[in-house]
Write a protein that binds this ligand. Sequence first.
Ligand code: NAI
Length: 327
Amino acid sequence: SKKPVRVAVTGAAGQIGYALLFRIASGEMLGKDQPVILQLLEIPDEKAQKALTGVMMELQDCAFPLLVGMEAHSDPMTAFKDVDYALLVGARPRGPGMERADLLAANAQIFTAQGKALDKVASRNVKVLVVGNPANTNAYIAMKSAPSLPAKNFTAMLRLDHNRALSQVAAKTGKPVAAIKKLTVWGNHSPTMYADYRFATIDGQDVKDMINDQEWNANVFLPTVGKRGAAIIDARGLSSAASAANAAIDHMRDWALGTNGEWVTMGVPSQGWYGIPQDVIFGFPVTCENGEYKVIEGLPIDAFSQERINKTLEELEGEKDGVKHLL
Ligand code: NAI
């Protein structure tokens, strides 16, 4: 049988944690033959630690055959020891009256500390997924705080946006989600992201021709996908959790086990692709193979798309400027 791998999850007692941990432990993320050790991080706060204990009791009660170890931590330096995978879910939410700058600063502090800890104690091949918002900028901060780890190991979650876009295209075309290939979402995980079906196909047919409705693209599709998070909060009274956890599973599974040539979207540090400056964590179309992602290069960018890409990049550059002095 395979050697167990170490998986760190932060914010483990939160909403997303509750929808995520059981699926990791059941083998949905890394395969039904891969034993896992969960290294769970929560804030030192007594209530949070107690809630984490409760979640661990439930994990225990599932008697998952693949769950061969489980630890609770309040310090990233111990939580990230030797980890092969790190899902950074815990973040500081925006409180009432909190300014954007305060939010960025509070998260910069968290992700600087966690980046440094990963740098010191994680496996040199650790795969990091940042879910906690602002996800792209938090991933950037963690990456910059971990200079001894390869930058490419730091990624941000755009997969929820990707999956949301898939479902909207499926509904519009009346075709199954699984039939849609080559969809992507460019940019920031925020309402400025640019979901792009220009290259998408269904059974070899161009989705763009099937839909043939630029008005729908600009005024229905993009706002629906971009504001989906807010629509969920409005309907549920709580932010997306199960769908976010599902996207995190998809992201890590595909990165680790490969996509068989299919495109998916990951937020990854740019190496200058499509004119996106070096190191900006940006949503790109990728394929994954042998534990590595590869950005699809050379796609044509038309005027409408360029405008969208510029807008989401501008927002990311703004966030980056906002935390520059904290790095
Ligand atoms: P939540 O508030 O239910 O749980 C967050 C947990 O993180 C809390 O238990 C909290 O104690 C913990 N936490 C806070 N700071 C921490 C730290 N420094 N170290 C360890 N744990 C810490 O929030 P929820 O719903 O689970 O969401 C988590 C994050 O994911 C939020 O930032 C949310 O905005 C983000 N999110 C991102 C999505 C994406 O597509 N990238 C989609 C949905 C949510």
